[in-house]
Each structure stands twice: as C-alpha cells, then as structure tokens.
Design a protein. Structure first.
Length: 96
C-alpha cells in the first residue's frame, strides 16, 4: 500500500531541511510551531516524526513526514501536520 502526500521533496537541500526539524520534535516535547501560512500551534509532540518516502498525485516518489501534535490547551484534540509546513519550532518550558 502506497502512502500519498500533497507535496513531496526530491531536492537534497529540501530533504535536509526536513531532517533538521527532527531533533527539535522529540516525543513528549512541548513546542510552539509556526506554519507556512503564518499560523501558530502550541502542543505536545506525541511521537518523534521521521522523514519517509511518499508519492504525490502524479505517482512521483519523494520525501516528507507527518507530525502528530496534541493540542496544549485541549490535549484530546490532535493536529496531524506535514513536516514541510513547519517554518519554525520553539521549545516551551515544561508545565509542572
């Protein structure tokens, strides 16, 4: 079964940018994300994402990845985001 992504990346620099996000998105880390549309999300990384191979609508193969983020204010609400939508990651101090 193939997996499909709205956008795939084949350029080594684009793939390296996706991979550079991974250390900032460790499981159970609380973060503020800035997305490509300027919106921001606060949440807890459920599981550290990985860069994987996907296909686009034209059956081209390339890289992307998905992040599951549990909303900080409403933990039952989950956001599933493509890694290439993330423009900035800011770690938040742990809530005690």
């Amino acid at each position: 079964m193939s997996r499909y992504a709205p956008t795939i990346h084949t350029d080594p620099a684009d793939i390296a940018a996706l991979e550079a996000l991974l250390p900032q998105l460790k499981g159970q880390t609380q973060v503020e994300l800035t997305l490509d549309d300027g919106s921001r999300l606060l949440g807890t990384v459920a599981v550290q994402p990985t860069v994987q191979q996907y296909r686009d609508a034209d059956e081209n193969e390339g890289s992307n990845g998905q992040l599951r983020l549990d909303d900080l204010d409403t933990p039952a609400q989950q956001h599933v985001l493509w890694l290439d939508r993330i423009r900035a990651v800011r770690s938040l101090p742990p809530i005690e």
